[in-house]
Design a protein around this ligand. Structure first.
Ligand SMILES: [Zn+2]
Length: 448
């Protein structure tokens, strides 16, 4: 039997050697076929990366032509080693370097050739760069891999009832109302947005509170997360967090005088938190639901991190959290195909499963993609503490013309009702099961 050490050395030797590489299209190959193919690549002494709709195939020169014969080859990269490639963050204000030409996009990263300036390999704390580890799925297209069809089950009437209660026009109305406020963390109007959100939560009968946190350079503007709690009927000490940030930013005009409307980023997600509260206050769940609108996200996840690290963690509350569902930019589609990205860490990837069923049964217009390379939104403070958490974000954010601009207004969000409506239905379905429901319409023999 091969010892782990020997195996590791062999793998290290194999993958460290430069070998020719091709990028092929995965098309609609089902998951089991892709799995069989990647096993074949490894058996021939090569390695691979799954990059959403593409596969990077790296193999000895004697094996590669045979491996890619009959496949649609999109690109040939020449001879490479894993450390000559890297993943560079995209679609987020955190990347200070210029974006490099992408070999392929996957999740919110692009596979690029490692620039010479990055040697020796540097990994900044905020994960602009991630190393390439051979034989990993960076991102996966669930529908193309056949996973949505496989998930099709019988519709649950209790879930359907909550899904049917979702009102996408009501959601868009809240989005429009929020976008009127200048929610820049450095402008005082954000306090009016805070009060407006508190009013929405109070109107729905939630227990409201605020969580204040410090932010350098903004002493004159209070920085606060807005929290609305719906106490669970039978399992109050088990929590479901539904969160999104309500602060916004614009970087295309002078900061002092200009408003940051942040309609897609992230009135869309924050309005979805309010819409989920609309639905679940009508059907009180078993577990406690905590609806949270974070602030300070655009300045570096300051509000969510402070809440997790300075409130929930010291109070011993983190183990109570069964799921933290975070939404950030959920309304835009560039082309009317409703691609949505679900993102968590590799370790927490079991949180994907209920979304697979939810899309199959209640939001089949969505085209879900998954990534286990998370960064740069309010799911991170939870993931960093190993709390099951997931980000829902539209997958065309890179093309959104209003991103972090003064033009991020409600009218700029193409396909907003269909795209956002699909996400709302998916999330309502997941949250119904996650929060637990009291089905009073079914009489049980053992009922006392
Ligand atoms: Zn955002």
């Amino acid at each position: 039997m091969l010892s782990a050490l020997t195996l590791g050395l062999q793998m290290g030797l194999t993958t460290a050697m430069p070998m020719p590489a091709s990028v092929i299209a995965l098309g609609t190959q089902p998951q089991f076929e892709v799995d069989a193919y990647t096993r074949q690549i490894e058996d021939r002494g090569g390695w691979w990366l799954e990059l959403d709709d593409r596969l990077l195939v790296v193999a000895p020169a004697t094996a590669l032509p045979e491996l890619v014969a009959g496949e649609q080859v999109l690109d040939e990269l020449g001879w490479i080693r894993p450390d000559e490639l890297a993943l560079q963050a995209r679609g987020c204000a955190i990347h200070p370097s210029a974006p490099l030409p992408a070999i392929a996009r996957a999740g919110r990263y692009a596979l690029v050739r490692t620039p010479a300036t990055l040697l020796p390999y540097q990994l900044p704390e905020i994960s602009e760069w991630r190393p390439v580890v051979p034989n990993r799925s960076i991102a996966q297209d669930w529908r193309a891999r056949g996973r949505i069809d496989l998930a099709k089950r019988t519709v649950n009437p209790a879930v359907q009832q909550r899904v049917d209660t979702v009102d996408r026009d009501r959601w868009f109305g809240v989005l429009e109302d929020l976008a009127i406020y200048d929610r820049s963390s450095r402008h005082l109007d954000i306090v009016n947005a805070r009060d407006w959100l508190l009013g929405q939560f109070a109107r729905l009968g939630l227990q409201t509170s605020i969580h204040a946190f410090p932010m350098s350079g903004t002493v004159a503007v209070p920085q606060e997360n807005v929290i609305g709690t719906l106490v669970g009927t039978t399992l109050p000490d088990e929590w479901i967090i539904v969160g999104a940030h309500y602060d916004s930013i614009q970087i295309n005009a002078p900061e002092e005088a200009t408003a940051a409307p942040g309609a897609e980023d992230n009135a869309s997600g924050c309005a979805a938190v309010v819409e989920m509260a609309e639905v679940f206050t009508r059907f009180p769940p078993q577990r406690t639901m905590i609806f949270t609108c974070f602030s300070g996200e655009e300045q570096g996840l300051i509000g969510s991190t402070h809440w997790v690290e300075q409130a929930l963690f010291p109070a011993g509350d983190l183990p109570k959290i069964k799921l933290a569902l975070i939404m950030d930019m959920i309304g835009y589609s560039s082309d009317g195909q409703y691609d949505v990205l679900l993102e968590t860490s590799n370790m927490l990837s079991s949180v994907f499963q209920p979304f697979q069923n939810a899309v199959a049964d209640y939001a089949s217009e969505l085209v879900p993609h998954t990534s286990t390379y998370p960064f740069g939104s309010d799911h991170m403070p939870f993931i960093d503490r190993s709390v099951p958490s997931l980000l829902v974000i539209e997958y065309d954010y890179d093309d959104y013309p209003g991103y972090h601009k003064t033009t991020d207004v409600p009218g700029a969000i193409a396909h907003v009702l269909d795209m956002g409506g699909g996400v709302l239905k998916m999330n309502a379905a997941v949250l119904t099961e996650a929060a637990g429901y009291n089905d009073n319409s079914v009489f049980r023999d053992d009922f006392e």
